[in-house]
Design a protein around this ligand. Structure first.
Ligand code: HEM
Length: 454
C-alpha cells in the first residue's frame, strides 16, 4: 500500500514571543539576525519598529514591496550599515556602488552578463561539477561536510569562469587568501550596529583588509597578463569573465578589479548555500529526491548541451528554487529612504530604514500554503506562474536585482544534476542543521552527509 508522507518541515528558529530588549536585540542582530523576528513578522503585511532610535519599516506585502523597490526605487539607497561592512572590501564594485557610479557600472556590465555569454560558460560549469562529483565518489561512505564541500565547488566554478585557471601566483596561495577574504567580508561588528565612530577599530575588518589587499595584487597581476595577451594574440584569450570585462567599455582597470572581487564576494558563498540546502532538503524528502533522480536518469544522456539543463530539468530546478525559498542565500534587502514616502497606510519618513526580507516574505503565512514545508511542486511549470514576482525574490528585485542570477541558476542546476547523477547524499548529523544568518543563511556546524553511489 502506498503511504503519503507529510512534506518535510524545514528547521528554522522558533519565533520569539517576548520583546528582546536593547541588549538582547544588539546581541541577536550580531549573532543571528533571523532570530529577531517574532511570530507577527510572519503574519503582518508590514511592521514598524524603532531600532536604536532609527525608524524601521519592514515590508511583507507584495504591492508595497513593488512600490518601494521598483516604482519609487529612486527614493531608496543602500543602508549605511551594509555599506560600512562591505565597502572597505568591495570598494566601487557594483554591489556597493551608488548613484552615477552604479548606473555607469551596471550599464558597462550588462553586455558581460548576456544570456549568450553565460550559456557559453555552462560547459565549464558542467566539466568542473563532474570532476568534483568524481572526487566525492572516491570518498563514498565517509562523513563529509557538504556545506564546506559546496564552497569548494562554487569556488572552483567561479575561478574557472572568471580566469580560466590563469591566476598569477601560486593557486594554493590564491585559494588561501580568497578564503580569508570571504571569511571576513560579511562580518557585522556590534560596533557597526551601534554606529560607533569609525576610529574605533573593527579587528576582523583590519585582518580582512590585509588579506584582501594581497588578493587584489594577485588579481591585478592576472589582469595585466591577460591585457597583454589580448593586445598581442587576442585569438588565444579564453572567453571568460576577465576577457569580457577587459573588452567591455566604460570601466577603468581598478573598477574591473573591484567588480571581480565583488563577483567573488557576491557569487561564491550564495550559490554554495543554495546547493548545500537543496541537497539537505532532498535528503529529508525521499519522494522528492526520487523525482529528481528519475528525471536525471531519464533525460541527462540525451542532453549533451548543459545550457539546456535549466529548462529541461524542471524537477531539479524546482528543488533548487524551493530550497532558496526556505533558505534564501541573501536573506535581507536593506535600504534607507531619502525623502518621505507613503504607500496606503504605510508612512516611511526620510532617513528610515526599509527592510524587505526574503527570509520573512518567503515564509509568510498569507502568501504560501504550508510555508515552512519543503514542497518543490510549487515551482513546477504550470504552478510556478502563479507565484507573484514580489513574494519570491531570492535574487532581489528592481533596478538592483542580482546581475548574476542567470549565471547562478545555470550553475545551481548543472551542479545538482552532475552531483546527483551517480551519487546520493544522506544527512548524518545528530541534530537537524540550524540556520544562521551571517551574510548568507548558513547551517550552523555545517551539513555532515554521507555520500554513496546510486
Ligand atoms: C544563488 C546565488 C545568488 C543569490 C541568491 C544572489 C542574490 C543577490 C541579491 C538578493 C542581490 C540584491 C541585493 C540588494 O538588492 O540589496 C544581489 C545582487 C548582486 N549579485 Fe547576486 N546572488 C547570487 C549569485 C551571484 C553571482 C553568481 C554573481 C556574479 C557572478 C552575483 C553578483 C551580484 C552583483 C554584482 C549584485 C549587485 C547588483 C546591483 O547592485 O546592481 N550574484 N544578488
Amino acid at each position: 500500500m502506498d503511504t503519503i508522507r507529510e512534506p518535510f518541515l524545514a528547521p528554522a528558529p522558533v519565533p520569539h514571543t517576548k520583546p528582546l530588549g536593547i541588549m538582547g536585540f544588539v546581541w541577536t542582530a550580531s549573532r543571528n539576525p533571523i532570530e529577531i523576528w517574532g511570530s507577527r513578522a510572519y503574519k503582518e503585511p508590514w511592521l514598524r519598529a524603532n531600532w536604536l532610535r532609527v525608524p524601521t519599516v519592514i515590508l511583507n506585502d507584495p504591492a508595497a514591496i513593488r512600490h518601494c523597490l521598483v516604482d519609487n526605487a529612486r527614493n531608496y539607497v543602500m543602508q549605511p550599515l551594509r555599506q560600512r561592512v562591505l565597502r572597505p572590501m568591495l570598494r566601487d564594485g557594483l554591489l556597493t556602488a551608488e548613484g552615477e557610479l552604479w548606473k555607469r557600472t551596471r550599464r558597462a556590465l550588462a553586455p558581460v552578463f548576456t544570456p549568450r555569454n553565460i550559456e557559453a560558460m555552462t560547459p565549464v560549469m558542467a566539466a568542473r561539477s563532474a570532476s568534483f562529483a568524481d572526487g566525492l565518489a572516491a570518498r563514498t561512505g565517509a562523513r563529509t561536510d557538504i556545506a564546506f564541500e559546496m564552497t569548494l565547488l562554487t569556488y572552483d566554478i567561479l575561478q574557472a569562469t572568471l580566469f580560466s585557471d590563469d591566476i598569477t601566483g601560486e593557486p594554493k596561495e590564491f585559494a588561501r587568501s580568497m578564503e580569508s577574504f570571504l571569511a571576513r567580508m560579511g562580518r557585522v561588528d556590534p560596533l557597526d550596529i551601534l554606529d560607533a565612530p569609525a576610529f574605533l577599530p573593527r579587528i576582523n575588518r583590519m585582518i580582512g583588509l590585509r588579506s584582501t589587499n594581497y588578493f587584489r595584487r594577485l588579481i591585478a597581476g592576472t589582469m595585466e597578463r591577460r591585457a597583454a595577451l589580448l593586445a598581442e594574440r587576442p585569438e588565444a584569450a579564453p572567453a571568460d569573465f576577465l576577457t569580457l570585462l577587459l573588452r567591455s567599455e566604460g570601466l577603468s582597470r581598478s573598477e574591473i578589479e573591484d567588480n571581480i572581487i565583488t563577483f567573488i564576494g557576491a557569487g561564491h558563498e550564495t550559490t554554495a548555500r543554495a546547493l548545500g540546502w537543496t541537497l539537505y532538503l532532498l535528503s529529508q524528502s525521499p519522494e522528492e529526491r526520487r523525482k529528481v533522480e528519475d528525471e536525471l536518469d531519464a533525460k541527462l544522456d540525451a542532453l549533451p548541451d548543459p545550457a539546456e539543463w535549466l529548462t529541461e530539468l524542471p524537477h531539479t530546478r524546482a528543488a533548487l528554487e524551493e530550497a532558496m525559498r526556505l533558505y534564501p542565500p541573501a536573506p535581507s534587502l536593506n535600504r534607507t529612504a531619502l525623502a518621505d514616502d507613503r504607500f496606503g497606510e504605510i508612512d516611511i519618513p526620510a532617513g528610515a530604514s526599509l527592510l524587505v526580507l526574503p527570509w520573512l516574505v518567503h515564509r509568510h503565512e498569507t502568501h504560501w500554503d504550508r510555508p515552512g514545508h519543503f514542497l518543490p511542486e510549487r515551482f513546477m511549470p504550470g504552478k510556478r506562474e502563479a507565484i507573484d514576482r514580489f513574494q519570491y525574490m531570492p535574487f532581489g528585485i528592481g533596478p538592483r536585482v542580482c546581475i548574476g542570477s542567470s549565471f547562478a541558476m545555470h550553475e545551481g542546476v548543472i551542479a545538482l544534476a552532475s552531483l546527483m547523477r551517480h551519487l546520493r547524499f544522506d544527512y548524518v548529523g545528530s541534530a537537524p542543521p540550524y540556520p544562521v544568518q551571517k551574510i548568507t543563511v548558513q547551517p550552523r556546524g555545517g551539513l555532515p552527509m554521507r555520500v554513496t553511489r546510486r
